[in-house]
Design a protein around this ligand. Structure first.
Ligand code: NDP
Length: 435
């Protein structure tokens, strides 16, 4: 069976859905989660809540005590047992040995982007499906692109394995929102604005919402957005505007920056004329980041200190609050969504699809703040799509290449309900989503 709505599309064959071909590999409903950080904590909880699919949950990280703490919390909240392991995911041989021992159907990677390629290598060698939430980055240069992982396409195809890239919120849900909008609301998408607002307050002088090293690398990188058939580069954080979220979440300054989902979305939906990604930052965050950058603390090249080589950004991470600990003190809500403009039946159309997530509710449910939650839930749902054969195929796939409907249903069911509202042209152009 092939999901394809090319017939409804006037200008190009939108053949982006993967062929749905149920795997003949016998499933033993076992997942191996890699990474016991903020996101790993939520993924473990959510997999435990989906006991119909995840019968056996294994969690491995460099530090086994972190896995044990998560396993104890899951046991206390859901009564589900998780088996824990210590592993260095950079070591392919060690990972292959662990995969052979655990026999999972899926390796769910929520370690750091640096581990993507070694984990994909291990999955190929051990013959298991793969999922992650962030694209590969080399340690020595803050470069965000899918080229390294797309290069695995043929090897995953030949091995008959499914690799799902970017199953977090952004990338992840934002890709699925766009695919769903194309399937149900548009013949052609022309303009895409992804807007990620964190209206939460953690009460700290300065902290990042997820891994500080990855977050600061992302935010300090030059901005790139898609326009006129290419990525246009501008200075980091140079373009910004206020954005008022719906449902009283508030008004925040959003900054245009580069984000990886634009790369896959403009590839798979080639009618997109302009794609931009916006993220909110408080004046306090910007001030701290500016100072840290000016004094060299965000550098990713090694410097000598007392005869020892240190990377300033890695040292900074060591002294900043652990994002996984912010849940206790964070209140407020996140609001992440897509403003999409295009054509339907020859006429202009615009929609805003979004989710609002409450930090304190997430903490009550799983003991995490909303950033880890909004990443961990889609990761567990992506795994669910693979483990049930709802999404399948051979090769390396981005989220928008799969049928969005079952994923959108699962978001409503497992904690990230979404809304879709229609906008006027004037509203959409100004990114005004409230009256
Ligand atoms: P954390 O730093 O909290 O956790 C990362 C975990 O990975 C740590 O527990 C760490 O190990 C483990 N780890 C690192 N290196 C290795 C290794 N070599 N072998 C085994 N384990 C390792 O990060 P987050 O939980 O905040 O983020 C996890 C991922 O989610 C990141 O890739 C991030 O980019 C992504 N993300 C995606 C988002 C999206 O919407 N798509 C949003 C937010 C994050 P240990 O502590 O055991 O030493």
């Amino acid at each position: 069976m092939r999901f394809c709505h090319a017939a409804t599309n006037r200008y190009f064959m939108l053949d982006i859905y993967v062929s749905i071909r149920h795997s003949y590999r016998a499933m033993n409903n076992t997942v191996l989660i890699i990474g016991a950080g903020g996101v790993g904590h939520v993924v473990a909880h959510k997999c435990a809540q989906m006991a119909d699919v995840y019968h056996n949950i294994h969690l491995a990280s460099r530090t086994k005590s972190k896995c044990d703490a998560i396993a104890a919390d899951v046991l206390a909240r859901s009564g589900v047992q998780i088996t824990t392991h210590a592993v260095d995911a950079d070591n392919v041989a060690a990972m292959v040995a662990l995969i052979k021992e655990v026999q999972p159907d899926l390796v769910l990677n929520v370690a750091l982007p640096y581990q993507d390629l070694p984990l994909m290598d291990a999955c190929l060698e051990a013959g298991v499906n793969y999922l992650d939430t962030a694209n590969y980055e080399p340690r020595d240069v803050a470069k965000f692109e899918y080229s390294w992982q797309w290069a695995y396409q043929e090897r995953f195809q030949k091995a008959g394995l499914f690799a799902l890239l970017g199953s977090g919120f952004d990338p992840g849900v934002t890709n699925v929102y766009t695919a769903w909008a194309l399937k149900h609301h548009f013949d052609e998408i022309e303009y895409l604005d992804i807007i990620d607002v964190n209206g939460g307050d953690h009460g700290q002088a300065f902290a990042t919402n997820f891994n500080p090293e990855i977050n600061i690398r992302e935010v300090s990188a030059p901005c790139r957005h898609w326009e006129n058939g290419d990525f246009q580069e501008t200075c980091a954080m140079s373009m910004h505007q206020p954005f008022t979220c719906p449902n009283g979440v508030g008004t925040y300054e959003i900054y245009r920056m580069y984000h990886e989902e634009m790369e896959s979305l403009v590839k798979h939906i080639p009618t997109i004329k302009r794609a931009q990604f916006w993220m909110s930052f408080s004046p306090n965050y910007i001030n701290h980041l500016t100072v840290l950058k000016n004094v060299g603390m965000t550098r990713i090249d090694p410097v000598m200190y007392n005869g020892v080589e240190i990377v300033p950004l890695q040292f900074l991470k060591a002294v900043l609050p652990d994002p996984g600990d912010l849940g206790k003190t964070t209140h407020g809500r996140t609001c992440i969504g897509c403003v999409i403009q295009g054509k339907k039946d020859g006429k202009y159309k615009a929609v805003y699809i979004y989710n609002i997530c409450d930090h304190e509710e997430c903490f009550r449910e799983v003991g995490s703040q909303a950033i880890s939650y909004t990443t961990g839930v889609p990761a567990a749902i992506g795994g669910r799509m693979i483990m049930t054969g709802t999404w399948s195929g051979q090769g390396v796939f981005n989220m928008e290449q799969n049928d969005p409907d079952p994923f959108m249903d699962a978001l409503n069911k497992y904690g990230l309900p979404w809304q879709c509202i229609e906008l006027t042209e004037e509203q959409a152009r100004a990114l005004r989503v409230t009256d």
